[in-house]
Design a protein around this ligand. Structure first.
Ligand code: ADP
Length: 404
């Protein structure tokens, strides 16, 4: 790759497409944007370039392909210098199964393999493949230079005792029923940055990484590798999330299915789209709303309390998995990076593990700032580090695609 080559990073959800152009060496994001409500009448796109924000309505029911076509013809055509330097395209792919843990150059065989994983990640992988196809159409001259980076990849190191469910073994052997873990790109980035912060090699790092966004997961990292993580077979397991329930009694689903006569799709909607903060508060999945209302609204207060209680339980358990040899706990994601309240409530519960919050540092660690939020005399340290999944994808893609 030449010094001026850049990477287009694409992250597709079922009705959204995030895109950014990143210089993998300087780590600079040159352009970033989001197409939303794809497939719906109010499809729209927004982007940021040189500090300016732009918005545009897309044609009603615009697809992922239409959105990328807009990026190439309407946005990049106005900045030919940007377009000319794009050398490869990196895709965030949710599920790599057991076969794909390393970033992989995409060809028809790999794409066909990803399609076989649709049943393991029906809410995510089909959208990822739509993004890959859309990119191949929009950038036909870069068709060979598309790379998939997997959200499950960092968790390939989970030991069998952490990834097996206590179900009949043949379900694992025949259908791949096991815990995979997700948000791996973010947890990997956080581990790398934390090692840099602490001035030690990642291979010597023992930490707990809390990625708290709309989706949330927590990972125990020992000697730089993921040894347990809260998401499982799907991204629904683990912590309380915006609309996902996290851990529940599995037999509860049988009860609810019978009681309410739910179809499979309704059951999936219930645990993925109607639960979590939204389900408990009956008002919003947005953590800012919960923060603004918990003092005056009983259901928001309960939603916050359940959220914190479960997060603290996981941290306690993971500290034990690391033999309490903890270098750091790190908070990241929209909530982890911005909510001083969550960090304060969690760390106040962790004094027994040797954490001592420095509230001034905690209040200052926001708006994209990284920093330590515990006192210098505390036995263990906690940090806020903004995640940057796009940068990880850009770097892996550049590494794999190599020189022009
Ligand atoms: P995603 O998982 O979609 O990438 P993000 O990492 O952007 O999500 O996190 C979104 C969450 O972060 C939302 O619940 C939002 O309310 C929350 N959030 C953002 N800013 C703040 C803030 N200042 N205080 C509390 N929560 C915040």
């Amino acid at each position: 790759m030449s010094n001026s080559s850049t990477i287009l990073v694409i992250n597709c959800g079922s009705s959204s497409l995030k895109f950014s152009i990143i210089h993998p060496q300087t780590e600079e994001t040159l352009l970033s944007g989001l197409a939303e409500c794809l497939g719906l009448t109010e499809a729209k796109i927004s982007w940021k370039y040189q500090g300016e924000k732009y918005h545009h309505a897309l044609a009603p029911k615009a697809t992922h392909t239409d959105a990328l076509h807009f990026v190439t013809t309407m946005i990049l055509s106005q900045h030919p210098e940007l377009k000319a330097h794009i050398h490869a395209i990196g895709h965030r792919v949710t599920h790599g199964g057991e076969k794909y843990s390393q970033p992989t150059r995409l060809n028809e065989q790999v794409i066909a393999d990803l399609a076989t994983l649709f049943e393991l990640a029906p809410l995510h992988n089909p959208a990822n493949v739509m993004g890959i196809r859309a990119a191949q159409q929009a950038f036909p001259h870069l068709a060979e230079n598309n790379v998939a980076v997997f959200d499950t990849g960092f968790h390939a190191t989970l030991p069998a005792h952490a990834y097996l469910y206590p179900l009949p073994m043949r379900f694992y052997e025949e259908y791949g029923v096991r815990r995979y873990g997700f948000h791996g790109i973010s947890h990997y980035y956080i581990a790398t940055k934390t090692a840099e912060y602490l001035g030690k090699p990642r291979s010597a790092l023992n930490m707990i990484s809390c990625h708290l966004g709309n989706g949330a997961s927590i990972t125990a990292i020992k000697n730089g590798e993921s040894i347990d993580t809260s998401m499982g077979f799907t991204p629904c397991e683990g912590l309380v999330m915006g609309t996902r329930c996290g851990d529940i009694d599995p037999a509860l689903l049988i009860y609810l299915k019978q009681k309410l006569n739910l179809t499979t799709e309704q059951t999936s909607d219930l645990i993925n789209k109607q639960s979590g903060l939204l389900g408990l508060s009956e008002q919003s999945s947005d953590f800012r709303y919960i923060t603004e209302n918990y003092e005056k609204d009983e259901k928001c207060r309960l939603a916050l309390e359940v959220y914190i209680h479960r997060l603290v339980k996981y941290i306690g358990a993971y500290a034990m998995l690391l033999d309490n040899q903890l270098d750091a706990i790190v908070f990241t994601g929209g909530i982890g990076e911005n909510s001083e309240l969550v960090r304060r409530l969690v760390l106040e519960k962790l004094t027994i593990l040797g954490f001592e919050l420095d509230q001034e540092r905690n209040l200052n660690a926001r708006f994209g700032n990284s920093g330590k939020i515990t006192t210098d005399k505390a036995h263990h340290s906690a940090y806020v580090i903004p995640t940057n999944e796009e940068l990880v994808i850009a770097k892996y893609t550049a590494e794999l695609v190599g020189s022009k």
